[in-house]
Design a binder for this molecule. Structure first.
Ligand SMILES: NC(=O)c1ccc[n+]([C@@H]2O[C@H](COP(=O)([O-])OP(=O)(O)OC[C@H]3O[C@@H](n4cnc5c(N)ncnc54)[C@H](OP(=O)(O)O)[C@@H]3O)[C@@H](O)[C@H]2O)c1
Length: 281
């Protein structure tokens, strides 16, 4: 299928999510305001933020000042760990909506699993969806075990699981599991936070297509049917990361990239699910 910057895929509740989004982690204030304005000007319509990033207000201001109609955009934010539980999650979604100056979100995610509060938190996510405060709800950093645990307590299947997903952390089993359950996988840190962009094997594939290694990594996500949300505050990189639609990785490139898995994570906080320590991906 020919993809372009506006290509969407359908979530399990029928909501369309653009395959390319724009990440906003680790940038605040005027820096993120300018970056989001640049991204929207460059044609991105999908923005990923989180309460804990401390930039929802600036992201919201950039959205408003872009003049783009709300329904043309897809906005995600996330529920932080301390706000999990039923009442606290409902309070938190209102705080995020106020910060963003929006009436509704397109996607609200449980940012990290907090296992002893998971059932109540997910009940709150159901309420948030049924009240129309978010068009879709989902999870992030959930393993197969945790998704299965959630399914024991609720018939509402998360629309999305946002996880780290690169050739260096090719979570094939999780990808296949999510596909079977109709949970859309979304790739964070798709550029390895810039750390592996000089990898020789990536350089060879990038040269072959006259593209950059960043573009190869993002295209690999898209060709796996995975939504991808690269972050940059640098204008030329914002444009570069959106220029993914004039080339295609061939079967040989894909199998070489798939074979690069090292099970290495860029993100591994102390509160990560226990499987990550056991390398049971
Ligand atoms: N759910 C979660 O727990 C979770 C965790 C991590 C991230 N996320 C989300 O996923 C988004 C993306 O992940 P990320 O920010 O961790 O990392 P990333 O997108 O993999 O990498 C961002 C880094 O790469 C640099 N970069 C961007 N484009 C580049 C290019 N074309 N060439 C060279 N360097 C480039 C950026 O620098 P400059 O900005 O200086 O250009 C920045 O330092 C986040 O922003 C956030 O929205 C979610």
């Amino acid at each position: 299928m020919k993809l372009d910057i506006n290509t969407t895929t359908e979530l399990n509740n029928g909501v369309a999510i653009p395959l390319l989004g724009f990440g906003t982690f680790a940038a605040t204030g005027s820096e993120i305001y300018r970056a989001v304005r640049e991204a929207l000007d460059a044609g991105y319509v999908h923005i990923d933020t989180a309460y804990i990033y401390g930039n929802e207000k600036e992201v919201g201001a950039a959205i408003k000042d872009s003049g783009l109609p709300r329904e043309a955009l897809f906005i995600t934010t996330k529920l932080w760990r301390e706000d999990q539980g039923y009442d606290t999650a409902l309070k938190a979604v209102h705080t995020s909506l106020r910060n963003l100056d929006l009436d509704y979100l397109d996607l609200y995610l449980i940012h990290w699993p907090v296992e002893d509060k998971m059932t109540d938190t997910w009940k709150a996510m159901e309420t948030i969806a049924s009240m129309g405060l978010s068009r879709a709800v989902g999870v992030s950093n959930f393993t197969i075990r945790l998704i299965e645990a959630l399914a024991q307590t609720s018939a509402l299947v998360p629309a999305v699981n946002q996880v780290e997903f690169t050739p260096f952390l090719f979570q094939k089993e999780l990808l296949e599991f999510c596909r079977l359950r109709e949970i859309q996988l979304e790739a964070y840190s798709p550029l390895t936070r810039g750390r592996k962009l000089d990898d020789d094997r990536l350089v060879v594939i990038a040269k072959k297509h006259g593209k950059t290694t960043a573009q190869v990594l993002l295209r690999w996500n898209l060709q796996h049917g995975v939504v991808t949300i690269p972050k940059s505050v640098t204008p030329h990189r914002i444009h570069e990361n959106a220029d993914l639609f004039s080339f295609e990785l061939d079967a040989d490139d894909m199998s070489q990239l798939n074979a690069m898995n090292e099970n290495t994570r860029m993100i591994h906080p102390e509160w990560a699910p226990r499987e990550w320590r056991e390398s049971d991906l």
